[in-house]
Write a protein that binds this ligand. Sequence first.
Ligand SMILES: C[S@@+](CC[C@H](N)C(=O)[O-])C[C@H]1O[C@@H](n2cnc3c(N)ncnc32)[C@H](O)[C@@H]1O
Length: 340
Amino acid sequence: MEKYMLPSSQEIEEEQMIAPDLQIVQQRIADVLRVLNNFKELGDQNRGRAEYVDQLIQDIATYYGYSEFLAEKLFHLFPVSEALDFFEANEVPRPVTIRTNTLRTRRRDLAQKLIDRGVNLEPIGKWSKVGLTVFSSDKPLGATPEYLTGDYMLQSAASFLPVMALAPQENEKILDMAAAPGGKTTYIAALMKNTGQIFSNDANKERTKALVANIHRMGVKNTVVSNYDGREFPKVMGAFDRVLLDAPCSGTGIISKDASVKINKTDKDFMQLSHLQKQLILSAIDSVDAKSSTGGYIVYSTCSVTVDENEAVVNYALKRRPNVKLVPTGIDFGVEGFTK
Ligand SMILES: C[S@@+](CC[C@H](N)C(=O)[O-])C[C@H]1O[C@@H](n2cnc3c(N)ncnc32)[C@H](O)[C@@H]1O
């Protein structure tokens, strides 16, 4: 088999003087991937595997438009072939999904009304009784009469999951610590059938306006909105049956929705976010009534894929609060995160 030779540093320098030829870069990504899968046979031993990996990361950054810093950070989260799938997936828009507001309507009634308005949709999948995937619509989905009267929330499928894991029960006292614009608060209220109490908090006053608007639009009546830094809990209030901490994060899990993440996140951002998340998770834990007869649970979620913002935060919490333990989410699909 013929060995694949990397370009020399001089060739790369020359390449960098002009606008990148994406076809060449794409071809080199494919070639280097092939080499990495069979380095013994195809690799140039004088250059070493690490040089091929460096070239691949540089090419991924160029081809997909990432800073080299973020391309490298995300690349190392996955085995080589999965990393490429991840970067490719971030280029594909996620399906548009909506959540039926069961405080107002039933999914099949909502679906029928929307179909009558020219919306092409189907149930999201077996795992949700309230989600619908929308393939096309004659009208913007944020402007239909059903939207305006609160029959549904425009909400990504993945963001149903933290609330399903939280599994709020009727008549409980729940804290949603970072809640704006309220996709999850309004789902929690629906599962509780407007009973009990939800304290829906966000540190950003401007964002609480959208939170209040969604609560009103969707007919939620069991919720108080507050505007504290989450780290002030449980001083503000404690003894909750369950707490949801849907933490502020880097957004590396939703690059398909917000491509600015590709270039605007630095090492410092990840350090600061992880630090804040660690403080928030301790507040969330301390706000739960461990002796709650129905609950005693917290859910920690982010829309990021980095270890510093997820596993490392949970690990820190488990070390700092030895009375806390991990429990199954009750969600029987998807794959486990890193456990060590
Ligand atoms: C991922 S968003 C929440 C989305 C929301 N849970 C939903 O489902 O609609 C994170 C939120 O955290 C808020 N936030 C940032 N720092 C915070 C802090 N220290 N305490 C509480 N909230 C904070 C942001 O204003 C932002 O609205």
